[in-house]
Structures are given as structure tokens and as C-alpha cells.
Design a protein around this ligand. Sequence first.
Ligand code: NAG
Ligand code: NAG
Ligand code: NAG
Ligand code: NAG
Ligand code: NAG
Ligand code: NAG
Ligand code: NAG
Length: 340
Amino acid sequence: MIRQIILSFFLFSSVLTDNECPYGYRFYPETAICYHLSEDLYDFDGSVSYCQRKGGRLVSLIQGERNGIAREPKTTNGDCVTFKGVGSSVGLQTSQCYQQQYAFCKIVPNLCNGGVQNGSFGSIQSPQYPQQYYNKLMCLYYIYAPEGFSINIYFPQINTERYYDFVEIYEKNSTLYPDRIVGLSGNISNYEYRSNGSFLLVVFRTNYVITDIGFYAAWNVERIQPPIVSNTTTSGELISPNYPNDYDTFDNQIYYIKVIEEARINVTIDDFLTQETFDFLEIFDSMNQTASKRIERLSGNSVAPWNWLSTSNIVSLKFVSDGSYQYKGWHLMWNMVDRK
Ligand SMILES: *[C@@H]1O[C@H](CO)[C@@H](O)[C@H](O)[C@H]1NC(C)=O
Ligand SMILES: *[C@@H]1O[C@H](CO)[C@@H](O)[C@H](O)[C@H]1NC(C)=O
Ligand SMILES: *[C@@H]1O[C@H](CO)[C@@H](O)[C@H](O)[C@H]1NC(C)=O
Ligand SMILES: *[C@@H]1O[C@H](CO)[C@@H](O)[C@H](O)[C@H]1NC(C)=O
Ligand SMILES: *[C@@H]1O[C@H](CO)[C@@H](O)[C@H](O)[C@H]1NC(C)=O
Ligand SMILES: *[C@@H]1O[C@H](CO)[C@@H](O)[C@H](O)[C@H]1NC(C)=O
Ligand SMILES: *[C@@H]1O[C@H](CO)[C@@H](O)[C@H](O)[C@H]1NC(C)=O
């Protein structure tokens, strides 16, 4: 009878399938733990060894705990008990150690899909994405770029329980609050982070209640290249890295052209060859490289000759290449033009 009550409670509460658990165990989302109830009766010592044989550990319960299995027990309160008997249809009460009871076993499953990634690009996602993630997670995603490269990570969409479940970013192997660069929770779109160094740690931390779909993120490495500044003359030339030889993989080179405030900048590209779409030069009519200030995104083999006159006295450029197909790149000339 005890078994019936516990088992029915158990079946009704476990709505998920049990991919998370070994055979014979049921997953209980509220605690994120797998449980198993024996067919036969055992005393306390018998229950302990039964659960060991089933690959798990005996559950022991705190008297009066909500639903019996909402939390882990403390060793106070007569923990040497298989079950604590049945007082009502939802509760479990104390019984003696020698009493024969059904053994109630548990396994804490590893629900995380984190680990170490390296190479030039990759992706990470929360467990089960785009289905609901689990409660009580602490998943670590380590990303290592080669020396001389940084990591750019992009989250198109994050959905977590606001204020309680977090996607966190660190630049060292630490999960301590002072080392945290950012903690993201709630509904967030288009979040991008570029590391200073060659290492990123993403941590996904969830609390014991309420889930959402979590996150997906794509990352790639970028060469650490200091910006090139052209600001001391009235005309000049800029080139892609190594021009006229092939540019590198994973370039991310920023350029600034700056003239006196009363002037504008005449930009001419007389040679241009990059991998169509994937390797490109962006031109901004500002120091700020925001979408609203972007004039053009140039790529392929039919760009040159290209000419443009800025409205601002600062033009900035960004050259980006990916991991495949390098070409000679581009050559650009500029000159200062007085405002009429
Ligand atoms: C990258 O990861 C692979 C497999 O995880 C490992 O064998 C290799 O040593 C790693 N390389 C570096 C540079 O960390
Ligand atoms: C992170 O640091 C811990 C010790 O704090 C160490 O056990 C672990 O191997 C480190 N992980 C990586 C990926 O560097
Ligand atoms: C956040 O997104 C979830 C869908 O994942 C939606 O149900 C919820 O209403 C959104 N919350 C807010 C505050 O926009
Ligand atoms: C990254 O570099 C910027 C600019 O130098 C600095 O303000 C920031 O604190 C650095 N962040 C980390 C995590 O090192
Ligand atoms: C040119 O740029 C350099 C580097 O950003 C800066 O230190 C210098 O002050 C600038 N000179 C002028 C004239 O703007
Ligand atoms: C802009 O540069 C091109 C190429 O050097 C030149 O032919 C043109 O006259 C320049 N325009 C202005 C307004 O300086
Ligand atoms: C560039 O962006 C910063 C912050 O987004 C803003 O404060 C600044 O005014 C912008 N500068 C220009 C020239 O648009």
C-alpha cells in the first residue's frame, strides 16, 4: 500500500521521459534527481545495499518535508530510516530501522553538456535546447583559442528564468562572482562578447525551480590585431593584412582614418579580391562601427574600382576573414577634401 501511494505520487509528478536516468529509474524534474523504488521489502541496512546494487544511493527523508522528496535530507531527524512511513497521501513519516520498507534509491544524473572546446569555431547550447533545460544545473563550457587569437561568442537568443537562472561569462577558470564579466538572465536577443584573451568560460547556472529553453551560442576565433590609425596626414593608403599577398585566416582588423573636423574623406579602392560573402571589408561613416553608420560591406571580385566621399571627418573600416580561402585582399587610397 505504501508502495502504491509513493509510486502513484511518483508517476504523476514525473512528466518527462527518463532519458536522463539509468534503466529502472525515473527522473523527477523538481529535484533533477533520478529515483527508483524497490519491488521487495528491506530493513535499513538491506535498503542501503539494495540501492548500491542498483548503482545508486538510498534516499532518506526529512520528516514533514514538502512532498517527501523536494530536497536532500539532513542527518538529523533519524536518518537511519528507509521510509518514514506513510501519514497521509502526500507525506512520509518516521519508522524504525528494523522495519521492512520499500527501498527508495536515487542517482544524481549528470545533466550538463559542457566540456572543453578548442579549434577555430564551434557552438554551445543549454542541455535539451530548444526544449526546457533542467533545474539545479551548474554547467561549464570552456573555450580555448590558439595563442594570438581572441574569441567572439554570439548568442542570438537567451531565455532563462529572470533573476535566477544565468548564463555567465568569465575570462579565467573561476566561477566566483568578482571574476564574472557578465551574468545574463531573462529574455535577451543578439548578445555578443569578444574576449580580450584566448580563453573564455561560459557557465550556465540554474536554481531549483522554473525553467525555460535556455540558450544557443556560436563562437569563432579572431586574430588579436591592434587597430591601424591614419590621422597625421592629408592623404594615405591602407591595405589588407599581407597585401598583395594573401590575407590570413580569422582576421579582424580595424582601421581609422581621421582628418581635421572641417574636412571630409575621399575613399577609393582600386584593387579588391576576397572570398565572396565570408571575407569582407565594412566601411563606416564614423568612429563607431554601428549598423546605422555602416556605408557598405564589400566582398568578392567585382568591387574595384569603388569610390565614396564621407560626410564625417572620421572613417573607420573593419576587415574580417574566416577560416577558409584566402585571397590577396584590397588596396585603398584616401585624401582629405575640404567642405565647400
Ligand atoms: C584540442 O582538443 C583536442 C580534443 O579535445 C585535444 O586533443 C587537443 O590537444 C586540444 N588542443 C589544444 C591546443 O588544446
Ligand atoms: C579549471 O580549474 C580547475 C581547478 O580549479 C581544474 O580542475 C580544471 O581542470 C580547470 N579546467 C580547465 C578546462 O582549465
Ligand atoms: C520570455 O520568453 C518566453 C519564451 O521563451 C516567453 O514565454 C515569456 O513570456 C518571455 N518573457 C518576457 C518578459 O518577455
Ligand atoms: C578587456 O580590455 C578592456 C580594455 O582594455 C578592459 O577595460 C577590460 O577590463 C578587459 N576585460 C577583461 C575581462 O580583462
Ligand atoms: C592619432 O592617433 C593616435 C593613436 O590613436 C593618437 O595617439 C594621436 O593623438 C592621434 N593624433 C591626432 C592628430 O589625432
Ligand atoms: C577622390 O579620389 C579619386 C581617386 O584618387 C579622384 O579621382 C577624385 O578626384 C577624388 N575626389 C575628390 C573630391 O577629391
Ligand atoms: C560612439 O558611441 C558612443 C557610445 O555608444 C557615444 O557615446 C558616442 O557619442 C558615439 N560617437 C559618435 C561619433 O557617434
